[in-house]
Design a protein around this ligand. Sequence first.
Ligand SMILES: Nc1nc2c(ncn2[C@@H]2O[C@H](COP(=O)(O)OP(=O)(O)OP(=O)(O)O)[C@@H](O)[C@H]2O)c(=O)[nH]1
Length: 352
Amino acid sequence: MTATETTDRAQIPVTVLTGYLGAGKTTLLNRILTENHGQRYAVIVNEFGEVGIDNDLLVESDEEIFEMNNGCICCTVRGDLIRTVQNLMKRRGAFDAIVVETTGVADPAPVAQTFFMDDDVRKAAKLDAVVTVVDARHVLQRLEDTAEAEDQIAFADVVLLNKTDLVGVEELTAVEARIRSINPYAVLHRTERCAIDLKAVLDRGAFDLDRILSLDPHFLEHGHHAHECSPDCDHDHHGHGHHHSHDGHAHDAPHSVKSISLTAGELDPQMFFPWINQVTQVQGPNILRLKGILAFKDDPQRYVIQGVHMIVEGDHQRDWKTGEERVSRLVFIGRDLNWDVLKQSFAACAAG
Ligand SMILES: Nc1nc2c(ncn2[C@@H]2O[C@H](COP(=O)(O)OP(=O)(O)OP(=O)(O)O)[C@@H](O)[C@H]2O)c(=O)[nH]1
């Protein structure tokens, strides 16, 4: 056995899971956490928005979940992510592989870079593949109005073209052709609710550094960063033309996407459902994502609501635990949303 082979085996494989807001990353992660694949995964979740909801939307499992919700992953990539991986490495016997779920608005490059740039991380972990989940229904629109959707596809080693149930055959063919025009190299699978043999996604040994360097010749250079950051992030700001600001309750992201978090106590379902239907009908085009965990009066179970544009679905999740505070939390991520109106009208859904 050569020295290289020894090093390779000592490195823990890392899958970077990316895809635009609402594409189906958590759906895939839940499969990874529940299916019987014989591997133990440590999961690192980065969340956009103030109220930690993504963690609550993951199924309960024995796997380890680490949440980093201090905003855009690009801003924390050389800090939190490195520290999280280093901490994980102290207990490396406890798991076989790592999955990093990135925020829906992030460019995956800084996440992938971390596994090449930091010496300690590089010794311990090896980028296995970038897996990009694509929402077949909304991706063409996203490619028009954002840069991240294209970056995520360009970077992919594996693409899951998801939500095939929401489009017709012709549209699906057109979407697939568009993805192929951005990235002809990735292995592409069509999926519904990310149903796929996980062998197609995990432990692929697929990350192709040469191809990434041909896309981005500066990929391995320290301080190189093709993304917009907040003024208070701690990384090197060479070559930055833009800033986004943080103003208390709303977080800016590229292309004026903002998130707003609303909290209330118990809600009256007779008030809430007509309200959310009306909000998504009227403001749907601007709502990239909504998610919430709700406490309805006299309902022993937590209710989870999720949406992308006008498509909203909800279901009971599990019983509220004894001692768990029955609060309702709702996050909207979108453009040009009227925060004050949303806040007030949500508050009006409180159970009397
Ligand atoms: N109709 C349909 N809905 C889907 C499919 N896959 C996922 N969904 C739904 O789409 C919504 C978003 O799915 P998630 O898995 O939470 O998406 P995500 O990429 O993790 O979302 P963010 O973390 O907000 O970026 C949820 O309501 C899912 O139930 C699918 O194939 N078809």
